[in-house]
Write a protein that binds this ligand. Structure first.
Ligand code: SF4
Length: 919
């Protein structure tokens, strides 16, 4: 019937702000249920109890006698209601099944909870024989052992599956393992499978649409929506768009900005992404139109609007146009049906949106309230996944099993951590919150007197009328740590008077070494036959490795299986066996991963498609030098790791900004020697340039508030003066012998063709800055941001090839002597690392820096090392040599540790970020 209107919850303890929020949404949800004539059971009981108690026995409910039977235990809210009924004058009697020779504690506890109602004990008879115990190493073995015994009962003893029941104390951990094992063994199961609405990706995608509507024009990340197969373009197409156009995960933009972003490089408006944004905009418009046109309540208007948006995006008919198994479509349809009926319910509800606004809330606020109500309601609803078969083994929870009778009963998952169950209260709630919520009818303690209830329920199960009872538990956790069984099992065995020896008699121990059955008669599935056969081959192989005739010693069952019944698998098994033999003999087997590609046709195609298609660059050369496998991932496989919006200023945005400030300032002084006397004038100039550059710098990758961003870049503007200061100091120290001559000077196939060494390996690059100095000699600079640049030693030894490559290209293409190559660390460190000819030591004001000073022979050797490195990279790549080569420097910024086979374990030791960035 219709629920009584809820009295506002009285709160003796002050609840936290979070609990108040929960209560706020909870009240709206209850209002929603009330207005549709429904109520959650807990709240209904709570309201009825309050009314019965406040009427002090005068309430006319028409009940004279109330009898409660068949329940194993009465929960807290039910107990209060029965007690209130008894107080209001009804004759209330509750039957409680009790185990033989019980100590009366459960009875007393129940009497206390329901008084003045009566509790009558119905004592169960003692069982003629003790239970069987199964003690397995880990939940997986426990589940498989239960499934195996069930199959044995079916096959050997002819027991019908529907006569058996598995009652599990661990529905989350044990039941999925059991279902998997039963499926593998081909045993039919009766389990009503349900899924929470908020676990359905279809429902979640629909909610994402609701969130987009409630964002009311604010920036929003549409990529999750775009990748939805139900309301978007699907993951494949969205992935392509993300890679080709967005290149940034977590980006939040208004729809207008998304449109612009997706239109970049494609003004035709024909790209899927642009069309999708148009569709979203249309869906939002239709949502608002439908909301405004609705004649119902405000809630009904939002429901109409939300449904209109979903229809516009193609729901629900897209469910059946998607590829995939029909079973999945049916499951998705069930989720959609649950969402549909929830929306109907909300649409028919009376007004429950927050009326505290005074005036009507804005459209955005109204949508936000609707979304919070919708998601809250969905969080409490589930939907059925399929119809349970009536002929299978029943799998259920302990409570249900304790009130039903089966001939064979398995009570499983009896770990100490599972029984008695630990009642969890949400961590964010304080002590007062629980009471406040419970008084409002939010049932946080479903079984009332927790531990006593669980003990009673277990005892009822252990004394059930079943012909055979199995108590099963795991002796270890999945990770191998020790697990204890529930002390209820010990109490039960003690009550039966069983000695340790007796217990050994009735216990089947499944050790950790039990990976597959030792007896062929225990084999229960195709997978187990295969494992047993493989083991048989392996054992025969190790015993007879010398002659390799494994068929001779392999068990006959395995031979029959492999040579007659499962030929396909036999081929795999034989290959596996050969690998084992090779391994045993210390011979490196083919197919062991070493990063080398041996197929010449593949190499030929790879070279023509990948290596010939683009010249080498300093980055690709450095990547091959650092680790050929990471080069393979990036340049051959073409894996581009996704970029994402970070919660800090992005190092590349910062680098781009510093680079542009330096470039634009020097650009206005090309060919000039800076005059230290004009320092103030320059300072003003660079300040202006810095402000301008900062204003133009992209900020999408940096997910920080605008105020933080502004403060950060104010710092960069100030630091730009340091760049100027270092330049002027250099001019003073060197007597102004250098003049900037070229900026961003490119070489490569399309501009200035350049090939290195005898093999004529094509390379390309862009030099940030070239200065001209004494006798027309060149000074080459690359701007770096970040804390550290490659050292002079690394440059000299070509562990970092960039500057060496630039020196070769400039000398060759400009026909001038290169005096030195330097990393210029912007904004304030200046020329920190490099190599230079000894004759220009003073011209570079190198002072006590000796590591990069090279005499003519050393300079020639340096250039030769660069040529050799280029040739080595090119040949290695063409010969298919891509071994993973872990090193601190290479692995530190590697994008591929997840697919690297060399350093999976070492990846966690990688150093923190914060190194150099090429700008
Ligand atoms: S993690 Fe290290 S070894 Fe593996 S691919 Fe990356 S750089 Fe190479």
């Amino acid at each position: 019937g219709r629920a009584a209107p809820a009295a506002p919850p009285s709160m003796r303890l002050t609840p936290s702000a979070h609990a108040l929020d929960v209560l706020e949404v909870w009240r709206r949800y209850c209002g929603l249920l009330d207005s549709t004539g429904r109520a959650e059971r807990g709240r209904l009981y709570s309201a009825l109890t309050e009314r019965l108690l406040s009427a002090e026995g005068k309430m006319r409910h028409g009940l004279e006698t109330v009898r409660v039977s068949g329940y194993v235990w009465i929960g807290g809210l039910e107990a209060s209601l029965l007690s209130a009924l008894a107080r209001s004058g009804a004759d209330v009697e509750i039957e409680l099944r009790s185990p033989p020779e019980h100590n009366g504690r459960a009875l007393a506890s129940m009497e206390d909870a329901v008084k003045p109602a009566r509790v009558v004990s119905i004592e169960l008879p003692a069982r003629p024989e003790p239970p069987r115990l199964v003690a397995a190493a880990g939940p997986t073995r426990e589940a498989r052992e239960v499934a195996r015994e069930i199959k044995r009962l079916i096959v050997d003893e002819g027991v019908r599956p529907s006569k058996m029941c598995v009652a599990s104390a661990d529905s989350e951990g044990f039941v999925p393992l059991l279902l998997e094992a039963l499926e593998e063994f081909g045993v039919p199961v009766t389990v009503s499978r349900k899924r929470m609405m908020i676990e359905s990706s279809l429902v979640l995608d629909c909610f994402e649409v609701a969130r987009l509507i409630s964002a009311a024009g604010r920036p929003f990340d549409i990529m999750p929506l775009m990748s939805s197969p139900y309301v978007g373009l699907g993951p494949h197409r969205a992935g392509q768009i993300a890679r080709d156009k967005i290149e940034l995960r977590g980006l939040e933009l208004s729809l207008a900005r998304w449109r612009e972003r997706l239109a970049a490089d494609d003004s035709s408006g024909e790209c899927d992404g642009q069309r999708y944004v148009e569709l979203l905009a249309q869906a939002l418009e239709q949502a608002e139109d439908a909301r405004r046109a609705s004649a119902g309540t405000r809630l009904a208007g939002h429901v109409e609007g939300f449904r209109a948006a979903l229809t516009c995006l193609g729901m629900p008919h897209r469910i059946f146009t998607l590829e995939g198994s029909p079973g999945r479509a049916v499951e998705e349809w069930m989720a959609w049906a649950a969402l549909h009926s929830l929306l109907l319910e909300i649409g028919h509800a009376q007004e429950v949106l927050d009326v505290s606004h005074g005036s009507a809330p804005s459209s955005g606020e109204g949508w936000a309230e609707f979304v919070s109500l919708l998601t809250f309601a969905a969080g409490r609803r589930s939907f059925s996944l399929d119809r349970p078969s009536p002929h299978g083994v029943e799998v259920m929870g302990l409570e249900r099993a304790a009130s039903s009778d089966h001939e064979f009963l398995f009570v499983s998952g009896l770990g100490e951590q599972m029984l008695p169950r630990r009642r969890r209260s949400p961590w964010m709630l304080q002590d007062g919150d629980l009471e406040a919520l419970a008084r409002a009818g939010v049932s946080l303690e479903p079984m009332g007197n927790g531990a006593e209830a669980d003990r009673h329920m277990f005892n009822i199960l252990a004394h059930s009328r079943a012909e055979k009872i199995y108590l099963t538990y795991a002796t270890t956790q999945e990770d191998g740590s020790v697990a204890r069984r529930s002390f209820f099992v010990d109490e039960h065995l003690t009550s039966l008077g069983l000695s340790e020896a007796d217990e050994g008699e009735i216990t089947r121990v499944v050790p950790a070494s039990s990976v597959f059955p030792r007896q062929w008669s225990d084999v229960a599935s195709k997978r187990e036959v295969r494992m047993r056969s493989l083991w048989s081959i392996g054992r025969a192989g190790s015993a007879d490795a010398a002659c390799g005739l494994w068929r001779v010693a392999v068990e006959p069952e395995a031979v029959l299986w492999l040579s007659v019944l499962d030929r396909d698998f036999a081929e795999i098994a034989e290959a596996w066996h050969e690998l084992q033999v090779l391994d045993g003999a210390g011979i490196e087997a083919a197919n062991r991963f070493n990063g080398h590609i041996g197929c010449s046709e593949l190499l030929r195609q790879m070279a023509s498609i990948k290596l010939d298609a683009r010249p080498w660059s300093a980055n690709s050369l450095n990547q091959y030098i650092g680790c050929p496998f990471s080069f393979f991932c990036r340049y051959v496989l073409g894996i581009e790791p996704a970029d994402s919006v970070g919660d800090d200023v992005d190092a590349r945005d910062r680098g781009t900004c510093l680079h542009n400030i330096a470039k634009e300032f020097i650009e206005s002084h090309i060919g000039e020697v800076l005059d230290p006397a004009k320092a103030d004038e320059y300072a003003e100039e660079i300040h202006e340039i810095a402000c301008d550059v900062v204003g133009r710098t992209p900020t999408e990758r940096s997910g920080i508030p605008e105020s933080v961003w502004n403060a950060y870049f104010a710092g960069i503007v100030a630091a730009s003066r340091d760049f100027l200061a270092r330049e002027l100091e250099f001019v003073e120290a060197t007597g102004g012998v250098w003049r900037p001559a070229r900026l961003e000077w490119s070489f490569g196939p399309r501009v200035r063709e350049f090939a290195v060494g005898e093999c004529r390996v094509p390379v390309a690059g862009r030099i940030d800055r070239i200065d001209v100095g004494p006798g027309g000699a060149l000074a080459i600079y690359d701007y770096k941001s970040g804390k550290k640049a490659p050292s002079s030693k690394e440059i000299k030894e070509v562990a970092d090839i960039q500057l060496g490559l630039y020196a070769l290209a400039a000398e060759h293409l400009l026909g001038a002597e290169v005096a030195g190559v330097w990393y210029w660390q912007v904004p304030s460190k200046g020329r920190t690392q490099g190599v230079w000819k000894a004759g220009y030591h003073r011209d570079f004001n190198a002072g006590r820096k000796w590591a990069g000073k090279l005499d003519d022979d050393e300079w020639r050797a340096f250039q030769e090392r660069v040529r050799e490195a280029v040739a080595r990279c090119d040949q290695g790549a063409r010969q298919g040599m891509y071994p993973p080569t872990p090193s601190e420097d290479a692995c530190r910024y590697c994008d591929f540790p997840d697919i690297c086979r060399a350093t999976e374990s070492a990846a966690s030791d990688l150093p923190e970020e914060g190194g150099v960035e090429d700008v």
